[in-house]
Design a protein around this ligand. Structure first.
Ligand SMILES: [Mg+2]
Length: 166
């Protein structure tokens, strides 16, 4: 169980991920969480900086699918100005949203990575699938009480994980 909670890579933000290195590892598709990974959970639309980052990913020959446990409304609004694959109401850490995303990306577990801010959804789900897992520090921690509660457990786990590659 413990290993399933440990990301392969742990970085401060999405912008610190070395895309070149991911390509070298044979990664072809990225599954990316939205809330607190790309933007603060209360930010409605994708900012220019994030859209530029999507372009940078694609310029490396990688494709992206946004996978969020949040509602269809949230995901549709967030992506209304961009063309990108999405899976909403995803129920991470279950496997089905990962499988759906990989079918869009036309990738499999050997060449897919997930980027997210939560150990119990993004990292656990990715590790259960056997894909490469990247944890980022959450953008904003002011959240619903349940998430705050979950964060306390996460901090306990994180104390045992060093930033960088595992
Ligand atoms: Mg998140």
């Amino acid at each position: 169980m413990k290993n399933l909670l440990i990301p392969k890579l742990y970085v401060d933000s999405i912008f610190e991920i070395d895309l070149e290195k991911l390509v070298d590892k044979g990664i072809k598709g990225l599954i990316v969480d939205i809330d607190n990974t790309l933007v603060a959970w209360d930010k409605k639309t994708a900012p220019a900086k994030v859209i530029e980052w999507f372009d940078e990913i694609r310029s490396h020959g990688l494709d992206i699918c946004l996978v969020s446990n949040n509602t269809e409304d949230r995901v549709v609004k967030f992506t209304e100005k961009i063309k990108i694959y999405t899976v909403h109401s995803a129920k991470k850490p279950t496997k089905s949203p990962f499988k759906k995303a990989m079918s869009y990306l036309e990738t499999d577990k050997t060449n897919t990575a997930i980027i997210g801010d939560q150990i119990f959804t993004d990292v656990l789900g990715g590790n259960r699938m056997g894909i490469y897992t990247i944890l980022v520090v959450p953008i904003k921690s002011k959240e619903f009480w349940w998430t705050t509660f979950v964060r306390k457990f996460e901090r306990f786990v994180l104390r045992k994980i060093k930033k960088g590659e595992n």
